[in-house]
Design a binder for this molecule. Structure first.
Ligand code: C5P
Length: 222
């Protein structure tokens, strides 16, 4: 880990709908670094498992881990390509969200994805997720933890889903977010938590520009 360009790594963690991806993408563009949304990897494992009819619970841990190990990842200038999968709306359906949250509880899946995530960030990156500052890039120089109330996160996720052409029901979305939060916080392997050296930001009353500038000024100061 010490050989990693930790000063060029920005970790942005937080629960579902906290704005990590939108913020991370803008911060990365400003800093001239690639943006990596680690959630996409869990979603890809879940999507492939669902397509093959593989059970997404810990009962099929080894099978899911093999699937995760074999994902072919490629960091293109504008996006992360996964096994030729179209990184689009299919990854964001309620079924895939639910299954992604379940496969993320499987320690063998996390262990299989960890070296791949580290490899993607080795030349510097802004990476968003749940355990980036704590486990994936513990030596990253810049760490942020975004949070917001569940109401605000549901509102944002709904807007985001509209942009993807999906029409989610607010009550169902809230249940999905609360369930995923609980699983992320309570799992034994790499649970969602604030890294001891991360800067926590509550974004309830901040718009995207304000969060992005707050992160950029902190990165540029240190
Ligand atoms: O961020 P996103 O909602 O796309 O992530 C999908 C799922 O992947 C989350 O519900 C979470 O359980 C899992 N995940 C994770 N660790 C990460 C990124 C995502 O456990 N670093």
């Amino acid at each position: 880990m010490t050989s990693l360009p930790a000063s060029q790594q920005v970790a942005i963690d937080g629960p579902a709908g906290s704005g990590k991806s939108a913020v991370g993408r803008r911060v990365a563009a400003e800093l001239g670094l690639p943006f990596i949304d680690s959630g996409i990897l869990y979603r890809a494992v879940a999507l492939v498992a669902l397509q093959r009819g593989t059970d997404t619970s810990t009962a099929k841990a080894d099978c899911l881990a093999r699937l995760a190990e074999r994902l072919r990842l490629e960091l293109l200038p504008d996006r992360l390509a996964i096994d030729g999968l179209e990184v689009g709306p299919a990854l964001y359906t309620p079924d895939v969200s639910e299954a992604a949250s379940r496969v993320a509880e499987v320690p063998q899946v996390r262990a299989a994805l960890l070296p791949q995530l580290r490899r993607l960030a080795r030349s510097g990156a802004v990476m968003a997720g749940r355990d980036i500052g704590t486990v994936v890039l513990p030596e990253a120089r810049h760490k942020f933890f975004l949070n917001a109330s569940v109401e605000e996160r549901v509102r944002r996720r709904q807007l985001q889903q509209h942009g993807r052409g999906l029409r989610p029901d607010a009550a169902a979305l809230r249940r999905e977010i609360e369930d995923r939060d609980r699983r992320d916080r309570e799992r034994s392997s790499s649970p969602l938590k604030v890294a001891h050296d991360a800067q926590a930001l509550n974004t309830d009353r901040l718009d995207l520009d304000q969060v992005v500038s707050s992160i950029l000024s902190s990165v540029r100061r240190s």
